[in-house]
Write a protein that binds this ligand. Sequence first.
Ligand code: RUB
Length: 355
Amino acid sequence: MNGAEGEFHTLWREGRTIKMIDQRKLPHQFTIISLESHEKTADAIKNMICRGAGAIGVAAGYGMAQAALEAENLTLNNFKKYIIKASETLSQTRPTAVNLFHSIERCLETAKEGTVKKRVKKILNESEKIAKEDLEASEKMGSIGNELIKDGYGILTHCNAGALAFLDLGTALSPIRSAHKEGKKIHVYVDETRPRCQGSRLTAWELQQEGIPYSIIVDNAAGYYMRKEEINMVIVGADRITSNGDVVNKIGTYEKAVLAKENEIEFYVAAPKMTFDLNTQTGDEVKIEERDIEEVTHYTGINEEGKISRIRITEKNAHARNPSFDITPSKYVTGFITEMGMIYPPYKENIKKYL
Ligand code: RUB
């Protein structure tokens, strides 16, 4: 991404170290964090230093590359044990985005044969391949999705499915970037996306950097703007798409999809091949991450002294629940924007044809 701080990818690998933008601190501070071991990378995924399905997938691949380098002087048997253990550590970070599991699986699969040296090389190559595919997919989704955007459109997006959630450009934000670049006059409605505010903190930050017109709206304002016909289409990303076309994405996506249907507004999901999970039949089979309720009871922002600080907004012992994702049944999805082209219903047949 291109901004005041220069040109950056969300994350990258330098030898045994992974560097990534610390997304917990944006938009208040732009910091790059260095992670010197695969365990530290696993913690960074868990604690959402980097987040978003695509970025999580690339980070997991690089985490496997770190593990391979850490074990490069071990005997073959010990190398195998080390790699399996690392794959388990990385798998136990976040349960919903399937990209994480696909990346780990690809790295394990590629390293099934050969000497330790060969296996290390194969894992390094595979993790770079995952990163390269991520970049290429975002470019293609940008040009394919741009075809759907008309001049003058108001576009709603939820959470952050932008450059920060991918390596660059993003999924849902990539067509928006392309449309803006082409000179189309668009306006992006950015759902705040409580509780972690990936919309108001991250998506708005990305759009601001690139001068794309936007307004942050609270999560319950979308219906209001849809009825006023200020929102003409919705584009979101996804953490997992099951073989029947159900979409698992940030909590609140389902509501937006239902509202869009009621208001006869097209609802698109932009996602690469890596986000489709053909081994899972419906969204109801997917494990939904439940996070700490302090994400609901507390708020983080910047105080008058310019320091990032956290405040409680509820009673001290307030009860809360915090599911991180929800399931949007496929009947609400107008189409999937993928790097292979658009996928339209009937999804059960068509998703299989594309993948
Ligand atoms: C992120 C989220 C994003 C998808 C899409 O949730 O729900 O919409 O991951 O990402 P979180 P991508 O912030 O909890 O990780 O577009 O990169 O596939």
